[in-house]
Design a protein around this ligand. Sequence first.
Ligand code: NAP
Length: 453
Amino acid sequence: MGRTIAVVGAGPSGFYVAAALLRADDHVRVDILERLPTPYGLVRSGVAPDHPKVKTVVRAFERTARDPRCRFLGNVELGRHLQLDALLAMYDQVALAVGAPAPKMLDIPGSSLRGVHPAAHFVGWYNAHPDHAGRRFDLDILDIAVIGMGNVALDVARILSSPVERLATTDIHTPALRALARGARHRIHVLGRRGPVQAAFTPKEVQEIAAMEGVALRARPAEVELDPASARWLEERGTRSQRRNVEIVRAAAAAHPRQVRTEVWLRFRVSPVAFLGDEQLAGITLDHNALVERGGRIVARPSGHREQLACGAAFVAVGYRPAPIPGVSLDPRLDHVPNRRGRVLDENGQEIPDLFVVGWARRGPRGLIGANRADAAEVARTMLALPVQRPASVRDPLPELERRTRVVRWADWEKLDTMERTAGEREGRPRVKFAQVETMLDAIDRGKPSASD
Ligand code: NAP
């Protein structure tokens, strides 16, 4: 009989590593354990609702889930329903595919003011993630800051500036759609600490904002001018994306302002140093930066010149790190689980027998969904090449898991999926998502949605 493997986390990395394991060894059996009753991780709760094409990747994940040697076991939470040592005892090997869901925040005064939000909470909210679906955001605000210049920052800026008709045909969380409709007009300030060459967004995403009805992409001519170090860098080492980004922001700075509903300002070489306000955010103090080359990298250095930006809401989109994983020691300086080629390390740097990590949890929160595929293939190879050090103590862990929680099986998820799609059809949307775990479990058992979700 082949080895039994638990993959913890049913996001893209979880499915990719499960698929790679099943493909590589005909005898291996894989259980994908997931905290929520629903699969797909960031594909369901991170990818923006107006990017449905990106979500079509789930078709490949469905094929994996239907493989007779693979089981989806939802509503099973590591650290709550079972501890890591119990899991390692139940399976021959365990792969953590738990992502990096904890938002990084800025350690500056005023971070706890009302109106300062991690972008991750906003993204989870508009995507109906059960952890965030009940949040409230006051969006009836003209000036809104988005801190960071990656694709998450641009997702937030785009959702805030989207015409509501554009969102009304998506699977966006219904309360989010209503709240976004109320605050239709904005001036959005996307704040990057470095220059246009170092912007972390991709050309496609920034162009999408520029192309939106009633929206103008704006930039200040002085801020899109390249400093000597960045100009040299672009000339010698610039990628196609970086060159294209520079062209796009230059065009935005040169464009004549037109009457629009929403302006999205890309601001460069500015670092927030304090959030201002009594209880409610009223503004941000920005330090203007100079860019200098240090150790082969272009870094921001404060120039001493300051500015106050008035704004009533701020979304912090400066990256993520893994959430605490009971039984795994995290290094607060790292944005990933300490590992050696996918083998999880303990606090002494020793490999923990039979425990692996994959995806964003292994590499840090970087790269598009597809980037996790190669990573998963590599970790799967490592797993299968190593002998099992402590074989599983049970033939089948499922009865034990069922004693601890209401395990949601793939057929249960298919019921939820059908109910969501049916509700969506009535509203001309791809689906209306369940947003609470309790109502999901209730709907699975009763075969129809309850009124409270
Ligand atoms: P990211 O691409 O790493 O961008 C993080 C941004 O935050 C960077 O501009 C970074 O600036 C800035 N930042 C970090 N620390 C900061 C600080 N202390 N002060 C000010 N700014 C700071 O991360 P992300 O936006 O969270 O995205 C994560 C990954 O998911 C990326 O690979 C992204 O492409 C992907 N993603 C893709 C899409 C899409 O394709 N539509 C959507 C969402 C996410 P520095 O460069 O100066 O550090």
